[in-house]
Design a protein around this ligand. Structure first.
Ligand code: ATR
Length: 276
């Protein structure tokens, strides 16, 4: 029987997930499909409540439905429990299960692109305090980091991350960012600054240590002004496309029973797609 999977969001037309999963379905000769389902907020609770009666065996969930998917799943993996957000759903004996693979995506991308990144990683600076930052802070603490400084325009959101994850999280005011950079070995942007149509992220990277790694959750454009500035300084710079590709792996393995690879060929296809 053909296995149907979809990404559920609102809007969802921009999602690159069909490209990624479609590539793997073809590569592995799987009898399956992966498409987009635009479900408006007023319909999401009903859609998920009736999931088992529909045609899908699983789904990815994107903005703004990750919390609704969390609420609808009867069982969730520990990462989803910690984050209060589910981005991957599947059915087991008619019951809806949920996981969050964003943390895996973030860590696996750095492991692949900058394998030394977590050696002697005492301190990271995370810019932003939204959903992406929450996943990344959780992942860094899981890797045993000593301290995560969270700089956010709205300080109270950074303080909320400390309240949730404990005193390894150090909230700082966005305007005090410069003081946090010299001791950081990893700088992560999770804000929308640098995204196409948004102002660039304007920070002085000369304050960073020469062995620091810089990574950006933004991947449109692929080379953000932040990453370009990092490369110009000779710092390791890791783009956000890899996080997107790697977060897709656990879902595909779950739905189709094959563990797919993030290969240069897949990455090249995604890069091409981002260009158009
Ligand atoms: P996501 O779930 O992708 O993390 P989000 O919850 O909307 O998205 O968070 C966006 C982040 O970008 C927030 O940290 C936001 O700062 P605020 O919490 O102060 O809103 C940050 N951000 C967006 N635009 C910004 C700007 N012009 N300057 C600084 N930070 C900005």
């Amino acid at each position: 029987m053909t296995r149907h999977v979809a990404v559920i969001g609102h809007p969802v037309a921009h999602s690159r997930s069909p490209l990624i999963h479609g590539y793997w379905i073809a590569e592995h000769g799987i009898d399956g499909t992966y498409d987009r389902r635009d479900v408006p907020p007023e319909e999401i609770a009903g859609f998920l409540a009736n999931f088992a009666a529909g045609d899908l065996v699983g789904a990815n969930v994107t903005v703004p439905h990750k919390e609704a998917a969390f609420a609808a799943a009867v069982e969730r993996d520990p990462v989803a429990e910690a984050l209060g957000a589910v981005n991957t759903l599947w059915l087991e004996e008619g019951r809806l299960y949920g996981a969050n693979t964003d943390v895996h995506g973030f860590l696996a991308n750095l492991d692949a692109a900058a394998p030394e990144w977590d050696r002697a990683l005492d301190e990271a600076v995370v810019l932003g305090a939204g959903g992406a930052a929450r996943a990344i802070v959780y992942g860094l603490i899981g890797r045993g980091i000593g301290r995560v400084t969270v700089a956010n325009r709205t300080l109270s959101r950074a303080e909320a991350l400390r309240a949730q994850f404990g005193d390894k999280v150090l909230p700082v005011d966005w305007r005090d960012l410069a003081g946090t950079l010299p001791s950081a070995r990893l700088l992560v942007n999770t804000t929308s600054l640098g995204m196409k149509g948004q102002p660039p992220l304007d920070i002085d990277l000369s304050l960073l240590s020469p062995d620091a790694v810089v990574t950006d959750a933004v991947y449109v454009p692929l080379e953000t002004p932040l990453l370009r500035a990092a490369r110009a300084r000779g710092l390791a710079a890791v783009d956000g496309l890899g996080m997107l590709l790697h977060q897709a792996v656990p879902g595909f393995a779950r739905w189709f029973g094959v563990a797919p690879q993030v290969t240069p060929a897949l990455r090249a296809l995604a890069v091409e797609d981002l260009r158009v």
